[in-house]
Write a protein that binds this ligand. Sequence first.
Ligand code: ASP
Ligand code: MG
Length: 407
Amino acid sequence: MARIVQKYGGTSVANTERFMEVARRIKRYHDQGEQVVVVVSAMGGVTDRLIKLAAEVSPQTSEREMDMLLATGEQQSVALLAMALHGLGCPAISLTGAQAGIETDGVHSKARIRNISPERIEKYLGDGQVVIVAGFQGQTEDDMITTLGRGGSDLTAVALAAALEADLCQIYTDVDGVYTADPRIVPEARKIGTISHDEMLEMASLGAKVMQSRSVEFAKKFGVQLEVRSSLNQSPGTIITEETEAMEEVVIRGISADKNEAKLTVHEVPDRPGQAARLFGILARAAINVDMIIQTASRSGRADISFTVPKTELNTIRNKLAERIVEELGCERIAYDEDIAKVSLVGIGMRSHSGVAAEMFEALARVGINIQMISTSEIKISCVVAEEAADQAVRILHRTFGLDQEP
Ligand code: ASP
Ligand code: MG
């Protein structure tokens, strides 16, 4: 008998028909004798609608009340799913995050899970029930309802899988799994059979938004095996697991393109100690996440520093920080470029194979794509290119590294 945690996202429970389908799937597992814990998100669009409602009654909503409101979306889902299972004659019970024993800190709207007391879930499982837990929510020590940040149901599922020592945590969504590249850009992209937690984290942070990154980190830390798969069909998905030596044989696992960053260049920075500290100190104090950084060689005592930030931070920098930066660094001016994309190769096999970077640069050069910035880690190489060249770059790299062929 296996113990499985299944998470169904908003698209999997978009309407009552989908609830019935999900219920039939859960019942099949239950009928086979598995212990099933189910985590559900709010029905697709509900969380967004609640956020809009809040904005209509007040421009400034308290985060505590926001959590109180948003948590209701998931509560609707668990109750409806329990009813659907009852209709099929399958014993099931729904629980709020608090009832499921999920304790968080008090940071409303992005609370962290502190502890899970699984006794109540264990008891119901022992009674042969399917246990349905509201995703995305928890409760503080002093009984305040909290939420875990957008997409937080993934985290609820992974944390429960760890606490319950489940054999597998299945994440049901509207895609079949994790692909070697975005199939909308690369029609030959293949579904990846197995990917390591680290590779998945890189793919996720690079814009392949299949799962919330925090939940993959959590899965890695607690050794939770994940499967991302579709709730619309029966095909097996992508397994995300602890890495094995055999997994290093594949050099490149996947390619992603992130179009959500912008490049800034601070021109003519006087070249003396402390300038980088000053620049990135100003950004850090404004809680702006800087990704790639390069500095040109100094010419006549001045150098250019380029870096990338999320596009969403551009206005803050332009309106609130730019003047200070120019003043404090004594630099010439700041240039902004929103039309860039970061194209990345990801694979743990890079550790044991050399020449990957050279091959990547050559492939881009052959088709005349200019590389504006480069960064590497042990399992990733990223190049910033013009946004209009990004799709072509991904297609060419996909072919160059043979990702359209069976590994
Ligand atoms: N309903 C929440 C959201 O839309 C949580 C989730 O879907 O995982 O962000
Ligand atoms: Mg979601």
